[in-house]
Each structure stands twice: as structure tokens, then as C-alpha cells.
Design a binder for this molecule. Structure first.
Ligand SMILES: *Cc1c(COP(=O)(O)O)cnc(C)c1O
Length: 431
């Protein structure tokens, strides 16, 4: 494995003209120009394997050929591009396809809200609606949760650094321990249950609970099926709405279209974004149990709720979900990923690595501070794009496009293994 061309493109323009808030261009310091499938190229011609997939917005790969064809054709025909929430042919087709391919076969019944094009827009609309429906204000979020960067979404996000960015107190939310937060022998649902039932807990009856089935940003923490089922039961029994934020784990990331399918739960509200548009185009959905759809017309508005280009690619992307085959492929690739990660953690026990996640959302949590960041830096120098996750960036996270082939997956994993090996060796030398 050769190091990439050392004459990396300059980031001068970004360093001088773009705000200090920029982040990913610091982790991946080059200038990208082309992308296809699971590969990216920079302006110097270096090739990268993408184990990041736009933080989950590129599940179907960069410039997916079938999606691109539909999109180009639609643009060529002067199809409507922007339309607020007017009725358009593109939206009609998407709604019908989503009903037929996703909801109906799963026995799910939801009204579809287009809340604005981002995940945070979907979360905000879910929180508003839950408060409107119940007439209550408190929403329970979980430790290490991530729900987006707007004020409502931040109020149920765990990360201190991100919360502080709000600049105002984040109220009307309570943070509860996620599954496993207090160690494997503490049942955190029992704790939540007593907080809700006990008149002395200091916590008023919440409007809703918002949860991720796997915390993608928070360190690939996975809630067990039993925990999710008991959470649903507790919510139902207490008249609390259950919101599943499937913005990152949905659209097949864990194998099934929705990440909660394995648990067999039926959330009251579901947030989807990132890969729902299919082509990396901004789009989000809030799925609402029909009896909760008490919005007044225009009560949650937004200029960019009608991204028809995204509706076109979103409808086409649903082809992947017409049979079980795609799920089976994701699971099979997930198995390859898992066994390689286990092999790596076994080979280098001194790095204190723990494999986490499932499907094509997995990673290694390291017990040594700064190690995951160092690994991500090293793999980048060898042409692999991977990011860290967790409050202390302690997890090296692997989330390739779901359409990656076995060859690409193995190639990327070889770069990871080689990099871990080098770093383990360097650490020994330093001792
Ligand atoms: C990315 C993400 C969001 C926020 O989505 P944006 O489009 O960045 O606003 C919300 N929830 C989860 C779980 C996410 O991963």
C-alpha cells in the first residue's frame, strides 16, 4: 500500500475564506472533485475508498447510475424543481412508491410530513407535534444522543460541546441513561419507569421520548431489542409518544429499511433524512401515526420542503427495497465487516478495542485516548475515508455506502488493518 501523492491540493482558499466552523475538511484535508459508488477522487488524482458515506447520506453510493439517469432525464424535461409544498407529479410518485414499497409490506400506517430538507427539521417537527398532541412540554432524550444542531434538537442531544453552542439554556428536556450507560447490569428502563411513575422523581410526565436505536454520533451504542420493546411498552402505558430518530440508522444502514424492524416496535413518530433522498440531495420525512396528525395547514412551514429533484431520486432508490435481496446483501457484508474488526481487536489486545454496531454501521471503540483519531488520520493518508464517533472521539466508525462490493469492502478493511498494525508497532517502540 503506497502513501498517496504528497503534493496534496492546497486548502488555502478554505483556510482563508471559509468560517472556522468548518470541520470535515480538517479531518480529510484535500480538495475532492469526483466521486462514483464507494470511491472519491481529489484534484491531484488521488483515489479514496469511502467508509464515511456522507455520514449516512450516501447509502446508495456517489452518483448512483440508475438514480442519476432518472434525475438527468427529469431536469432535461424541465420537471418542476422547487415547489414549496405544492402538489407535483414527482412528489405524488414518491408518496405512492413509499406507501407501496416501504409502509404497506411492513404493516405500517403513517402520514408523511415533509418538514424541511434536513434531519434537524424532521426532529423539530416531531418535537413540536408531540407537544401539541399531548399538551405537555418535557421530552426525554438519552445520554450520548444526537438529534441535530437547532435549538429543539440540541435540547435532546447529549454532547456538552454541541449543547454549549446553543448559547441559551436548553429547556423542556430531560436526559435519561441509554441502554448500557450505567454498565451492563443496570437496567435503565426500570430507572426511567420509576422516574415516570414516582411522584417524588422531580420529573413531570413527558410529552415524548426520542431515541436512536443505535447512537451513530454518540459512539455506536446499540440499544438491545428487549430494551426498545420495553421502552415502547412503557410509553404506551403512560401515554407518552415514542419518537424514533432514524435519520442515520434508517434507509438500510443496519440491514432493514427501518432500524427498529428487528424489535418489531411501532413508533408514534419517525424521523428520516440523510439517505431518504437517495442521491445525497437534501430531503427529510416525518412519519406520523395517522391519529396524531393534528397539524393545522401551514403550522410547520418551510421554503424547501418540495425538493422535487430529491423526490425523483428517492422514488428510484426505493427499487432497492422491492425484495429481500438488498437486506441480505447488507447483512452479508456486515458479517464480513464484523469478522475483520474482531480479528483486528484480537490481534492487538493492547489497543483495548471493542467492536460495536451491526449491519454496515460498525466500529471499534478504543480504550486509549486519541487512538481512534490517529487511526482515521493514518487510513486517510493511505486513501481511506473514515470518521470517529463518540463524545471523546473514541470510536473509529465504519459506514461505507450500502452498495459497496465485497472487493471494495475488503480493500478498505485491509488499509484499516495495516494502519492499526503500524500504530500498534509505533506505540510499542515509544514505550
Ligand atoms: C445527522 C443526524 C441528525 C441531523 O440531521 P441534519 O440533516 O444534519 O440536520 C439528526 N439525528 C440523527 C440521528 C443524525 O444522525
Amino acid at each position: 500500500m503506497k502513501l498517496l501523492d504528497p503534493s496534496k491540493p492546497s486548502l488555502h482558499v478554505f483556510d482563508t475564506l471559509e468560517s472556522e466552523v468548518r470541520s470535515y475538511c480538517r479531518s480529510f484535508p484535500t480538495v475532492f472533485s469526483r466521486a462514483k459508488g464507494y470511491k472519491l477522487w481529489d484534484t491531484a488524482g488521488n483515489e479514496y475508498i469511502d467508509f464515511f458515506a456522507g455520514a449516512g447520506a450516501l447509502n446508495y453510493g456517489h452518483n448512483n447510475t440508475a438514480l442519476k439517469q432518472k434525475l438527468v432525464q427529469y431536469i432535461q424535461n424541465d420537471g418542476v424543481s422547487h415547489s414549496l409544498d405544492m402538489a407535483t407529479e414527482a412528489k405524488e410518485q414518491f408518496l405512492e412508491r413509499f406507501q407501496k414499497v416501504i409502509l404497506q409490506p411492513r404493516g405500517l400506517s403513517y402520514k408523511v410530513q415533509f418538514p424541511g430538507p434536513t434531519g434537524a427539521n424532521s426532529v423539530e417537527s416531531a418535537l413540536k407535534l408531540a407537544r401539541k398532541v399531548t399538551g405537555r412540554s418535557t421530552v426525554v432524550g438519552f445520554t450520548n444522543a444526537f438529534h441535530g444542531m437547532t435549538l429543539g434538537a440540541l435540547s435532546v442531544t447529549g454532547n456538552k460541546f454541541k449543547r454549549r453552542g446553543a448559547g441559551v439554556p436548553l429547556h423542556h428536556s430531560v436526559s435519561m441513561p441509554y441502554d448500557g450507560y450505567l454498565g451492563s447490569d443496570v437496567d435503565t428502563i426500570t430507572y426511567l419507569e420509576s422516574c415516570i411513575a414516582d411522584t417524588g422523581s422531580g420529573i413531570s410526565l413527558p410529552a415524548a421520548v426520542i431515541v436512536e436505536t443505535i447512537q451513530g454520533e454518540g459512539g455506536i451504542n446499540e440499544a438491545s431489542i428487549g430494551w426498545l420493546q420495553r421502552l415502547e411498552k412503557l410509553c404506551k402505558a403512560s401515554g407518552i409518544l415514542l419518537i424514533v430518530d432514524d435519520v442515520q440508522m434508517g434507509c438500510g444502514r443496519t440491514g432493514t429499511f427501518f432500524s427498529f424492524e428487528q424489535a418489531g416496535i411501532k413508533p408514534d413518530i419517525i424521523c428520516l433524512s440523510k439517505s431518504i433522498g437517495g442521491y445525497g440531495l437534501p430531503m427529510a420525512l416525518t412519519l406520523i401515526a395517522p391519529e396524531l396528525d393534528i397539524w393545522e395547514p401551514g403550522e410547520h412551514n418551510g421554503t424547501f420542503r418540495g425538493n422535487n429533484l430529491a423526490f425523483i431520486t428517492a422514488a428510484e432508490a426505493l427499487r432497492y427495497w422491492e425484495s429481500e435481496q438488498f437486506t441480505n446483501e447488507i447483512m452479508a457484508k456486515g458479517d464480513i465487516l464484523r469478522s475483520k474488526l474482531l480479528e483486528i481487536t484480537k490481534s492487538f489486545p493492547e489497543l483495548q478495542g471493542e467492536v460495536r454496531g451491526r449491519g454496515l454501521m460498525q466500529g471499534i471503540a478504543f480504550g486509549i485516548s486519541g487512538l481512534a483519531e490517529r487511526i482515521c488520520e493514518r487510513v486517510f493518508s493511505k486513501g481511506l475515508i473514515m470518521e470517529t464517533s463518540g463524545t471523546d472521539s473514541e470510536v473509529a466508525k465504519i459506514m461505507p455506502p450500502l452498495v459497496i462490493d465485497e472487493e471494495g469492502l475488503r480493500k478498505g478493511l485491509d488499509i484499516l488493518e495495516q494502519s492499526v498494525k503500524e500504530i500498534a508497532h509505533e506505540m510499542k517502540e515509544q514505550k
